[in-house]
Design a protein around this ligand. Sequence first.
Ligand code: WQD
Length: 345
Amino acid sequence: MAKKILVTGGTGYIGSHTVVELQQNGFEVVVIDNLANSSQKIIELIARISGKRPLFEKIDMTDKVLLDDFFLRHRGIEGVIHFAAFKAVGESVEKPLKYYHNNLVSLINLLECMTGMGANARLVFSSSCTVYGEPDQLPLTEKAPVKKAMSPYGNTKKISEEMIHDIAGRTPLQAISLRYFNPIGAHESALLGELPLGVPNNLVPFITQTAIGIRDQLRVFGNDYNTPDGTCIRDYIHVSDLAKAHVVALKRMLDHQNEAPHEVFNLGTGTGYSVLEAIASFEKTSGVALKWTFDERRPGDVEQLRADTTLANLRLGWKAEKGLDEMMDSAWKWEQNLAAGILND
Ligand code: WQD
């Protein structure tokens, strides 16, 4: 009998890729999403890849009555992977209350619903390297100090981890928080990928939208950082490698392998690339000459981020496999599919 797993935010970028990986690992998946930042069409695309259409319910997790009703109707859930949250750093600075309310009330409601799951209360939480703020040293291990968040978005991730930690220590809840570095790329089928609504904040969707002609040119935010080519360095990780890590983390708890009620793992590749290196990789793999120009630094950007992935490698037995070129190539193929109307038909 397939184990039933709830994926909140499962029509989102990382969520949808994780749903496919779960299905391909034999799990039965139920998705809830308020579609604030995604499209229900994603459910069909997931089904085209996996051959299985996950159950889907449009639910706003800040509505406790709706969430209670969902859990009453879906007994037998053996784990939850929680992605549902707003994640635009800039918007969180403009509208902090929107972020604190949505991201924290959603999690509190979920945790309250999970108190009724007993031993099945297993939670994989979507966290972020943003909790480290400006790193003191690199690469970043899980022992690096969690600092004052760089944005209300980052603070919601920090507070969420702290809430999970306190509750896991005093209730049957078992949890694993996964701190993502920079997720990029798209599914190898080019049927799933990042779906930025409006002007992209992040580098890679801005690159692909520039290359496809939606944006005029890419602005590179700053070329006077203390890095080899003067541009910021990030640890880019393929979204499919990230999705695989969520399944491994879930299985770790299902198999009672976790060594504490709440564990935390960095998910990166351990390799950092600069903005200019990312652009070069895109141009090489796509064959498209990208139009870009240097601009001022973006407030809040940290100079360098790179993960020490030793703990995830050793304890999860997980390691990122895909390189930067494959990340860029997959992102470009997805952008071309979007332009071809894959979401419209
Ligand atoms: C990467 C680099 C920019 C856009 C953010 C969030 C983080 C996580 C991942 C959710 C930086 C430069 C970008 C552009 C540019 N999100 N850049 N021109 O800021 O590292 O991380 O997304 O969890 O929490 O903070 O990613 O892709 O925005 O920027 O030069 O048009 O690309 O300055 O150096 P970031 P990013």
